[in-house]
Design a protein around this ligand. Structure first.
Ligand SMILES: *Cc1c(COP(=O)(O)O)cnc(C)c1O
Length: 348
């Protein structure tokens, strides 16, 4: 057993509720490829959660969810507008381009990884001629890659700007649960009521073993998606083991409890950092990620004490908190940071 690290929220294991659901589903035989009671209950649970009729397809990971959702929005000659540092652009090995057969990603510069309606309009209107890819979709990440949360009105404005240009709106919700917990809103308020056509709803970072739900609020876009998922190698034959945690954790509220805990751990660490030196905080802490601007020597000293974390361009170090964040470990990280920060200040 290794000491807990906060490099990513996917360092966490499977939460007890998801594990119990998998074990409970492990009885006798059941139909394959989603023709089973757990998958039907998971679909019903998603519809109940969002309080609307929608289509839901489970896939194995977030890259597949995003790439296939965007492919469902686009032809090969289309373009997708996204924010700088969007996971679809920088962390998916061109899967969205590949699965759409060539759709181009148009990256909106600026605005700290967060898209604004103006980005949508200006990129959609920049080129309309036949020589350039035709804008067809917009994708936003909720929460964003730098831990920020779009408020319902912000999404509604992006939704309106997108639809005014004839663009579909996709949401990369790898951390959708953390956003709902942070906003304390109804899941519908930041999805279909705000104009989201299709959502990649993350289960893995929320505490499940493997699975993300592709949720189509615009059901026309779901046409033939079953074949798209199968062709991509994302149709689980023993689907019940992906579905069972969804069928359990959505109705019980376990998904939200996990996200709340993760957010609280991040808030606790951010509060400690504020006491050490508030200038270290690179972004406001709004969900389960804390982003610090750490001088290289301080980052190295933390690593020398065994802490594992990612550092991105510009000395931005990221700490992500999962459903299992151990508060004693969070405090230990903060204590080490305080001590090393003070030592560095004395040495200077
Ligand atoms: C983790 C993550 C995903 C999913 O990535 P996979 O490793 O493919 O499951 C998607 N989007 C964002 C913003 C993420 O952080």
């Amino acid at each position: 057993m290794h000491a807990q690290q906060f490099a990513s929220d996917n360092y966490a294991g499977i939460c007890p509720e998801a594990m119990a659901a998998i074990t409970e589903a492990n009885v006798g035989s059941a139909g394959g490829y989603g023709d089973d009671g757990w998958t039907r209950r998971a679909t019903d649970a998603v519809r109940a959660l969002f309080d609307t009729e929608c289509d839901m397809f489970l896939v194995f990971n977030g890259t597949a969810a995003n790439a296939l959702a965007l492919a469902a929005c686009c032809q090969s000659y289309h373009a997708v507008i996204c924010a700088e540092r969007a996971h679809v652009d920088v962390d998916e090995a061109s899967a969205p381009e590949f699965f759409s057969g060539g759709a181009k990603l148009l990256v909106a510069r600026g605005a700290d990884g967060k898209l604004a309606p103006g980005h949508v309009t200006s990129l959609a209107e920049a080129r309309r001629d036949v020589h350039f890819a035709k804008p067809r979709a917009v994708t936003i990440s909720q929460t964003t890659e730098n831990g920020l949360v779009y408020r319902p009105a912000e999404i509604a404005a992006i939704g309106a700007a997108s639809h005014a240009q004839g663009l579909h709106l996709h949401m990369d919700g790898a951390r959708f649960a953390n956003a709902v917990a942070a906003l304390n809103c109804h899941p519908a308020d930041i999805t279909w009521k705000a104009g989201v056509d299709v959502l990649s709803f993350g289960g893995t970072k929320n505490g499940m073993a493997v699975s993300e739900a592709v949720v189509f609020f615009n059901r026309d876009l779901a046409r033939d998606f079953a074949w798209r998922r199968k062709q991509a190698g994302q149709l689980a034959s023993k689907m019940r083991f992906l579905a069972a945690p969804w069928a359990a954790m959505l109705p019980s509220g376990g998904w939200l409890a996990n996200a709340r805990h993760a957010n609280e751990a991040a808030a606790r660490f951010a509060a400690a950092v504020t006491r050490i030196d508030a200038r270290l905080l690179r972004y406001p802490t709004q969900a389960n990620g804390v982003f610090l601007t750490l001088p290289e020597n301080l980052a190295a000293a933390l690593r020398a004490r065994g802490w594992v974390f990612y550092t991105f361009a510009g000395n931005v170090s990221r700490f992500m908190f999962g459903w299992d964040a151990d508060i004693a470990r969070v405090d230990a990280l903060a204590a080490d940071l305080a001590e090393l920060h003070a030592a560095a200040a004395n040495a200077a």
